[in-house]
Design a protein around this ligand. Structure first.
Ligand SMILES: NC(=O)c1ccc[n+]([C@@H]2O[C@H](COP(=O)([O-])OP(=O)(O)OC[C@H]3O[C@@H](n4cnc5c(N)ncnc54)[C@H](O)[C@@H]3O)[C@@H](O)[C@H]2O)c1
Length: 267
């Protein structure tokens, strides 16, 4: 039997930009490969449908739900839609996160507020609305996606991103302690340098001539900074999420899994 047979997962931000492969999309696909039915929640319905099509083509079950994770009304109705479609939710994977570059003096108030608004509500609101269902069933798994940047400075001033990603670690530890008596687990995944459309987009936005970026050379430079010698893939993040959602992790809560090829050991 597959590890997640009979389970239902709600994965937020599980579409991906420009048809690429992001962490949420890869996680939705991997959870489905392990037998879970997937609710793919994304602000971009076409991107969510694309992920569902991949899951269905592999023989899995998936439903696309449009919604902005920072909007409480939309989150509440997305949870209701998922419950209407599959009758239950066992796994909540909170994947949405955004980055605006900047340090302590040059980050605008607008960028600061946007990152705080999106990155913190992206874990707070879906969890808030799924928890009553988890508590009723005395079962549930919340996995939040933060970043190793939430723990330390990585050489580029991303102070708003790093601070808000750090808050996800604290939020998740508090959550885990609060809901453990109800049979619910909550953990955080800390990805390192992962090759996703979002990561490429950030590099492009912070380069004068994005069209002239030599991606191969850049990947080699980045790989040289990583002890395991390669940039991570969304599948690396997805596999950690699958483990945390499985019964193999049934005694693991309130902690973090780092998926960074060893970068944190060196910084
Ligand atoms: N890529 C990396 O190197 C890296 C490293 C560490 C952590 N992360 C984290 O991984 C997560 C996913 O990153 P990714 O690179 O896979 O992103 P991505 O851009 O490929 O995918 C994110 C998806 O989220 C959706 N989305 C954005 N805002 C939304 C909102 N308000 N409501 C609903 N959906 C929304 C987008 O439409 C998109 O489909 C983020 O939390 C990010 O901070 C990424």
């Amino acid at each position: 039997m597959k590890r997640l047979q009979g389970r239902v997962a709600l994965v937020t931000g599980a579409g991906s930009m420009n048809g690429g492969l992001g962490n949420g999309k890869a996680t939705a696909i991997r959870l489905a490969q392990e037998g879970a039915a997937i609710c793919v929640l994304d602000v971009d319905l076409d991107a969510a449908e694309e992920t569902c099509a991949i899951i269905r083509a592999e023989g899995g079950s998936a439903a696309a739900v449009a919604g902005d994770v920072t909007n409480e009304v939309q989150v509440s109705s997305a949870v209701a839609e998922c419950l209407g479609e599959f009758g239950q939710i066992d796994i909540l994977q909170n994947n949405v996160g955004i980055l605006r570059a900047g340090g302590a003096m040059d980050t605008s108030v607008a960028d600061w507020d946007l990152m705080a608004h999106v990155n913190m509500k992206a874990v707070f609101l879906p969890t808030k609305h799924v928890l009553p269902h988890f508590i009723e069933r005395r079962y549930g798994i919340v996995t939040n996606v933060s970043s190793i940047a939430g723990q330390r400075y990585l050489g580029t001033p991303y102070i708003g991103y790093n601070a808000t990603k750090g808050s996800i670690i604290s939020y998740t530890r508090n959550l885990a302690a609060e809901v453990a008596p109800h049979g619910i687990r909550a953990n955080t995944v800390l990805p390192g340098f992962i090759d996703t459309p979002m990561a490429r987009n950030i590099i492009e936005q912070n380069t004068e001539n994005p069209k002239q970026i030599d991606w191969e050379a850049l990947d080699q430079q980045r790989a040289a900074r990583i002890p395991l010698g390669r940039v991570g893939t969304p599948w690396d993040v997805a596999n950690a999420a699958v483990f945390l959602a499985s019964d193999e992790a049934s005694y693991i809560t309130g902690t973090e899994i780092t998926v960074d090829g060893g970068v944190s050991c060196r910084v």
